[in-house]
Design a protein around this ligand. Structure first.
Ligand SMILES: *Cc1c(COP(=O)(O)O)cnc(C)c1O
Length: 237
């Protein structure tokens, strides 16, 4: 296994440098280690090096891993597209959901959150690029969706998440993150008590931190490049 402790120390140093350069407190930038495709043993090694927050995209892949690591008391973030038929497992097993993009899913998560748990921490995912391949609600639909989600008793709306389009040469890496921050500020001005921007991955976290990211979601820069995932059934080759 790679030296995850050294990688973690190195990455945390970089996050701290980005925060300092942006005039922000380093503690205001949280690190989610994105552990999709990684084994429970790899997650355990990183957890033993001090990492507490982990992100997963696929419910079926995440649940056995979470079960195998229950003794560690880690915090689990669901960051992938969420189908209505998977909400019960997510509501019972995860601490955060970053990928709320429609009211129906939020209502189900709220109703299915076990009464013994604190409300599920959630972010609404925004699609800023307009690409139909990306999930997320449109900026126009955001105020209405956020107002409705904020009223659900089983959820606690914390802020916004985005997954920007791949950068093209000449693009301003900060632009989508600046836009996300402006959307958050406008919801705050409407009276919603939000404090979270979930933005920034291995390739773009410096720009996201400059624009106020409070969670960066990092896989490759910690674990190395991911093994290719088999294409879903029915994908033309
Ligand atoms: C895979 C994934 C990440 C991590 O991406 P890396 O480029 O490996 O850091 C972050 N967020 C989401 C939603 C992802 O699906």
């Amino acid at each position: 296994m790679p030296d995850y402790r050294a990688r973690l120390t190195d990455l945390r140093g970089r996050l701290r440098d980005c925060a300092n350069a942006a005039g922000r407190r380093p503690e205001s930038v949280g690190l989610i280690a994105v552990s999709k495709t990684r084994s429970a043993d790899e997650v355990r090694t990183l957890a033993q090096a001090g990492q507490r927050h982990f992100g997963e995209n696929y419910v079926q892949e995440a649940l056995p891993k979470m079960d195998a690591l229950r003794d560690l008391g880690l915090t689990w973030h669901f960051i992938g597209p969420l189908q209505s038929n998977k909400t019960a497992e997510v509501a019972a097993g995860f601490d955060w959901v970053h990928s709320i993009d429609r009211l129906k899913v939020a209502q189900r998560l709220s109703a299915q959150r076990p009464a013994t748990h604190a409300p599920l921490e959630v972010c609404v995912q925004v699609n800023l690029s307009g690409e139909s391949s990306k999930s997320g609600c449109t900026p126009a639909a955001l105020p209405g969706l956020c107002a409705a989600v904020a009223r659900l008793p089983g959820l606690r709306l914390r802020g916004l998440m985005t997954l920007p389009a791949a950068l093209q040469p000449g693009d301003d890496a900060r632009a989508p993150f600046a836009r996300l921050r402006q959307l958050l500020q406008s919801l705050q001005a409407d009276g919603l008590p939000l404090d979270t921007l979930s933005a920034g991955m291995s390739d773009d976290y410096p720009a996201a931190i400059t624009e106020g990211a409070t969670w960066v979601r990092i896989g490759t820069a910690l674990f190395g490049s991911r093994p290719a995932r088999p294409p879903p059934p029915g994908t033309p080759s």
